[in-house]
Ligand binder design. Sequence first.
Ligand code: ME8
Length: 587
Amino acid sequence: MLVWSHCSRRIIRPVRTSEVAAALLLRRKRLQACESRRYKSHATNDAKTEQNVIAEKEDKPFYVTTPIFYVNAAPHMGHLYSMVLADTFRRWQQFMGRDAFLLTGTDEHGMKVQQAANKIEKPVKQFCDETSQLFKNLAAEAHISNDRFIRTTDEDHREAVHKLWNTLVEKGYIYKGKHEGWYSVSDETFYPESQLNRDFDQSSGVTKVYSNETGKEVEWASEENYFFALSRMREPLLELFNSRLEDKFVYPYSQFKTIIDSVENGLSDLSISRPSSRFTWGIPVPGDESQTIYVWVDALTNYLTSAGYGKLTGSEFEKSMWPVDIHVVGKDITRFHCIYWPAFLLAAELPLPKHIVVHSHWLMNGAKMSKSSGNIVDPHAVMVIAGVDSVRYYLLRHNILEGDGDFDTERVLERRQADLVFKYSNLVSRTCSKSFSIELALSHHLKGYPIPGTRPDKFLAFQSEMITEANSLVDNVARHMNNFNPTGSLSEIWDVLKKANQYVDYATPWNTESSNISPTIFVMAEMCRIISIVLQPFVPTYASKALDKLSVSPERRSIEYAKFEADMTYGKGANLPNRGHVVDYRL
Ligand code: ME8
C-alpha cells in the first residue's frame, strides 16, 4: 500500500507503509541507543562517554535564548533558573573564544495579559511596561549577560511577525476556517477532549472543565480563525527528528522521546488567530484587522526578530547570527518549541535551531512554582540573603534537566557555606594569607626553585596528579558544557578544588621553614588562579573577586591562561591584609 509523504523540501513522493514501519523501527532503535549512552554517562557522571554535540567555532555568534516570559505577574525563581542556565551557556562560549549573543525578554500580548491588566483596571500597555521592567531588573540583578531584552511590543518584532506570517501564506500553509474547541486562557492554548476532565459544582449547578495536563480551566470557543497546516508537517518533522537524534536536537532524550511519540500519533492543523472582537491585545493579521495573531506565533517569532529577520533581506539574513544554537525552555512549553516552532520554520524554509534544551521545574512544597498559583520563591529576596552568585551556584549545581527539584532557601545557604565559603573562598584566603607572598613565590619559581621542594614521594605524586588535573580542567569542563551539563562541570571543578584543599592541609606551609615555602605557595596560587579562571562563566562575581585578590590582570583571565605557569605576572600585593573575601559574609 502507498501513502503520501512530504519531505522537508515539500516534494510529495509516495512511500510504502512497510517503509514507514521500517523507518519507525529504526528510529526507535536509535533512540534506545542514545538513551542507553545517556544512562551510561549519567551513571559515571562522565561526559567522556558522550560525543561533543556543540559545533566547533563557526562564522557566526553563538546564539542562546531563554523563553520570553508572560508579564501577567512578577518573576519567580523558575524564571531566574532559565536565565541563569542560558547565561552560563553564553558566558562559556565567550570564554571559549566565540562571540555569543543571549536573548531574553517578555511576552506581552494575549488574552492572559489583557485579563490580568483588566483585573486591576490598568491600561494594558502601562501594565506591560511595569511588569516587563521587573523581569529586566531581575536579569540585571542576577548579572545575566543578555545582549538584548526583547519585548513583543517592540516595533521591529511586529515587522518580523508580519514577515513570517506573509511567508507562510505565500508558501500555502495558512488558510481560513471555523474553529470550535476548549480554550484555556491561562495556558493560551486549545485542548482536545481527551485531555480534559469535568467537575460538577453542587452549589452552583455548574460543570467546570479543566485541562488534565495543567489543571487550568478551559472555556468553549467557537469562531472563524486562520489555520496553519500543521498536519502536513508530520513527516517532515519526523524526518528532522530522525536525522537529529544523535546530535540532541531536543535534550534530554526523555523529552525528545515524548515529542517524537506525540508527532507519530498525528498532528491536527493549528488555529493561529483569534477574532479581534474577542481580543485586541496582539498583532493584527496583515491585511485582515478583524483577526489578531495567536500569541504563540507572535511569541516564538521573537527569536527571529532579534536576528534581524524583519529588517534584513534574504541574503543579509543568511549572514546573520541565525539559527539559534541553544533554546533553553521549561518542560511546560516543549510542544510549542519542539513541534510548532520547527514546523513554522520548515514551512517558511528557514534554518532550524541546533538544540532545544528542556529543563524540569522547581517545586515549592512539592508543587510547581507558578505565577498563577502564587506558589513562588521570590528570587530577589533569596539573592539579598545569600548573594547573587550563591543562588547561581545552587541553581546550576542541581541538575533539574531530568527531574523536578524542590527549591529550598535553607539548602542555598548550606551549599554556600559548604562549597563556596569552606572550599573555594577558604583556599583563596589561605593562599593570600599575610604570612606568605605569592609575588615572591612566583619570582622564586622564575629563578628556577624546583616545584617539588623537599617533600616525600607520596606528596610529590599527589601534587603532580593535581597539577595534571588542573591542566585538564578546561577540557573536562568543556565536555560537560558541550553536553548541556553545568552541574557536571561544577562537580569537575569541585573535585579539583577538593584536591587543592587536601594539598594545603597536607603541605601545612604555615609550619614549614620560610626558605622552603615558595614552591608550595606557588602551587597553591596556581590552583586558585586556574580554578578561578574556569569558574568565571558560572559564578562571575566570586571568580572575579578571587582573581582581583590574586592581582591577576584582567587581560590574563581568558582560557589560554587556565594552565600551570601560563601567567607569571600576578600576585603583586595579593598578600596584603584586608583585601576582602571572595564570598561576602552577609549572614
Ligand atoms: O510560557 N521551574 O511564559 P511563562 C523552572 N510566554 N522553570 C520555570 C518554572 C518553574 N517552576 N516556572 C516557569 C511562557 N519557568 C511563554 C513563553 S517563549 C516563545 C514564550 C520558566 O511566563 C520555564 O522556562 O509562563 C518555563 O518554560 C517558562 O518560565 C514559562 O514562562
